[in-house]
Design a protein around this ligand. Structure first.
Ligand code: ADP
Ligand code: ZN
Length: 227
């Protein structure tokens, strides 16, 4: 596979968290998910976690300086040879610019930015019925992709229950989709202009979408080898 890190983009509910965890399992990436990092801080009761929660619970983005600082700290722990799948970061143009600087500082580069495309009504359906495994954090959609055995995680057998997250109420979901449109659309354009953006349909089963992503990455690798 071509060298370099990946950014996985997509609206809330597009499945980017599931897919980036999959890349970790199957392709040896390290996942850097800002939403997970904020939630980890919160469950450890850190000041950063408490501060982030005041934004997350309203469906707003955590301010760029706080988010970038947390990413910088996490990056310092990851060996340069390990490939990173960024999930949920960058979400603003300022974060995208900061990521460019951070990667350069660590001698890293972006291989590709993958955008999971999902129609809006499908997103609303998925987000309204989300459930999470409290052991491995796998996210299920009770309407679209429930666990095979109700209440039991497909991956680790842990307990799966609805609304483990406080940001899943209908009003907050609507707000999150709005913020995505205003703040994160421009990031898509930012990467599109640079010619690194690849769109992938995010509709289908987890395996189908995973196969699409793997195929894309393989194709990029083949194109590089031919150069
Ligand atoms: P989703 O992609 O479904 O919104 P995440 O777990 O990625 O879920 O993010 C949850 C929340 O964490 C976001 O709504 C936002 O408040 C905060 N957050 C995550 N990543 C960022 C980021 N890069 N910048 C600002 N806020 C973020
Ligand atoms: Zn699990």
């Amino acid at each position: 596979m071509a060298e370099g890190d990946l950014v996985l983009m997509g609206p809330p509910g597009s499945g980017k968290g599931t897919q980036s965890r999959r890349m970790v399992d199957e392709l040896g990436f390290v996942q850097l998910a800002t939403g997970d990092l904020f939630r980890a801080h919160l469950s450890q009761g850190t000041e950063l976690g408490k501060l982030a929660q005041t934004y997350m619970s309203k469906g707003q983005y955590v301010p760029d300086d706080i988010t970038v600082k947390m990413v910088r700290e996490r990056l310092a722990d990851i060996p340069r040879k390990t490939r990173i799948a960024f999930d949920g970061f960058p979400r603003t143009v300022a974060q995208a610019q900061a990521l460019d600087r951070l990667l350069k500082e660590c001698g890293r580069s972006l291989a590709a930015v993958l955008l999971l495309d999902v129609p809006r009504d499908e997103l609303l359906k998925r987000l309204g019925t989300r459930a999470t495994c409290s052991r491995c954090q796998t996210v299920y959609s009770l309407a679209v992709r429930p666990p095979k055995v109700p209440g039991v995680c497909d991956h680790c057998g842990g307990p799966v229950s609805a609304t483990a997250r406080s940001d899943e109420s209908p009003e907050v979901v609507k707000k999150r989709l709005e913020v995505y449109e205003t703040e994160t659309r421009p990031v898509i354009e930012y990467y599109e202009k640079r010619g690194v953006l690849q769109r992938v349909s995010g509709v289908g089963t987890m395996d189908e979408i995973g196969a699409r992503l793997t195929m894309l990455l393989d194709r990029r690798k083949a194109a590089r080898a031919a150069k």
